[in-house]
Design a protein around this ligand. Structure first.
Ligand code: GLU
Length: 483
């Protein structure tokens, strides 16, 4: 870890909304990678100043997501650090102090207008010329404050000229000052707005790189004016482009629910592995400048750099994520796959639970999403209705008549033997040899009789072992009755 005063310090500053949008997760990931790629510190700060939007349990979602995604913060409300508290509502008294300093230096003013009480977070007055408070004599304003009159504190912005700053991703940005509003810094209850708190905290927490969504680009000149008013250094800005989704007609639009799941939790519930999501998201706007796509987290921490960031909006491609997920599933050890897939498989308290490891081994190479598993194994719980026509299969040269003949012979043999996948396969191999046909033919007949479906994880031997002898024979008898 970096121990000198020049070390990179980044922060992830989520508002507790109750879910983690993939855009927020990408912000957190890039902030984490940027810090850790240069042995710096990654800080978690909870931005809960908009108490009206407070959602119970939302902070836990943030902790749980960061943990599941392996984004380990070096400082934060739960792990501590030298720059706390890391929850903005706990820093409340501090903001008023700084806002008053700005009033004293003429960079902010008290505003007593009644409508201010109703203004939502971040809203500013559209035309300062209309605001009598801006022009009020500071001594008179102070008298009203001392008398207990309710007020907010607004930033006093000089509307002439323009402000230029450089963003690491978007380059040089110039914004006309006339479009900047006298935004509220401190609300009447003493709570800061995001627009004020982010500047104070980024400075006090010694943040060197501000990584956040590009929606904050247009407000950045206002923040820079605040840094200047305090005489503080402006951090390096890293604004990230939007994440888009592809509409049914092929056009792209800001990623939203109509494109698919947009939160980390929902993607996990859809059967994606956390590490596949993180790997995929790492590439949504950053490139290692090679063709490689699969990266261990530690490799990302090593390779990440600002120069690999792209300013054009990335399109979230669910098919690509699914492909990557399958790659990650195949990379898991068999034990790890069995453990992770179990809750999706819904085998608890069923006869399959005892055979889960064997079943999991069959599923691992054939699964792209963990949510596919119940569908793939449903036939083991209950055989679906099927028609005798299903015994027809050109490739295996099987017909219902041939199947009947094979099943009569196999039923006899199965009933007198101990069932194991290997023993069943050996028997079917001998049966094919005796008949002078390919193994596919008896395999097909027995597979359909056991499963009623043309595609199964594993062959008839494995299915018989999973079903057990009694159930297997019952299913073969059913098939014979159909034939
Ligand atoms: N609380 C803001 C958000 O959740 C953070 C923006 C920032 O990173 O400065 O969007």
């Amino acid at each position: 870890m970096c121990n000198n005063s020049n070390c990179v310090r980044t922060r992830f500053a989520p508002s507790p909304t109750g879910f983690m949008h993939v855009g927020n997760l990408r912000t957190a990931l890039y902030a984490c990678l940027l810090a850790h790629s240069s042995k710096g510190k990654f800080i978690l700060r909870i931005e809960d100043t908009d108490q009206a939007r407070y959602v119970d349990g939302a902070v836990d979602v943030i902790y749980a997501t960061l943990k599941a995604a392996n984004l380990i913060h070096d400082e934060g409300p739960d792990v501590g650090g030298d720059f706390g508290p890391y929850i903005q509502s706990e820093r409340k008294p501090l903001y008023a102090e700084y806002a008053k300093k700005l009033v004293e230096t003429g960079h902010a003013y008290y505003c007593f207008c009644e409508k201010c009480e109703d203004e939502t977070e971040g809203a500013g007055n559209s035309d300062p010329a209309d605001d009598p408070c801006r022009a009020m004599d500071p001594a008179e304003a102070q008298k009203l404050v001392d008398a207990g009159k309710s007020c907010v504190i607004r930033q006093k912005i000089d509307r002439s000229g323009s402000t230029t700053f450089t963003d690491s991703v978007f380059g040089e940005i110039t914004i006309e000052n006339k479009v900047l509003d006298d935004q509220i810094l401190l609300k009447s209850d003493g709570m800061p707005t995001y627009n004020f708190a982010n500047v104070i905290d980024d400075h006090l927490m010694a943040i060197t790189h501000v990584v956040r969504g590009s929606e904050y680009l247009s407000s950045t000149p206002k923040y820079n004016l605040l840094y200047k008013a305090f005489g503080w250094d402006i951090p390096t800005y890293v604004h990230l482009p939007l994440i888009m989704g592809r509409n049914a007609d092929g056009e792209v639009a800001k990623l939203s629910k109509r494109h698919g799941s947009v939160s980390f939790e929902n993607l996990i519930a859809d059967g994606y592995l956390a590490e596949a999501i993180v790997n995929y998201i790492a590439l949504l706007g950053w490139s290692s400048k090679s063709d490689r796509e699969i990266f261990e987290f530690s490799e990302l921490e090593e390779l990440f750099s600002l120069s690999g960031l792209n300013k054009s909006p990335a399109v979230f491609d669910y098919d690509k994520l699914k492909w990557m997920n399958a790659e990650y599933i195949r990379k898991l050890s068999p034990e790890e796959f069995a453990a992770r897939a179990k809750s999706f498989a819904q085998v608890e308290d069923t006869p399959l639970e005892a055979k889960w490891d064997m079943l999991a081994a069959l599923l691992q190479q054939r699964t792209e999403l963990l949510t596919e598993i119940p569908g793939k194994i449903a036939f083991l719980h209950e055989q679906p209705e099927y028609d005798a026509e299903m015994f027809n299969n050109k490739k295996s040269k099987c017909t219902p008549e041939i199947a009947k003949d094979i099943l009569l012979e196999m039923r006899e043999a199965f009933s007198g033997m101990e069932i194991s996948a290997q023993a069943v396969t050996d028997l079917l191999t001998a049966c094919a040899e005796k008949r002078g046909v390919k193994l596919g033919q008896p395999m097909w007949a027995v597979r359909i009789a056991l499963s009623g479906t043309p595609v199964t994880p594993g062959g008839p031997g494995e299915i018989m072992e999973l079903l057990g002898k009694e159930e297997s024979l019952r299913r073969i008898d059913n098939a014979l009755a159909k034939l």
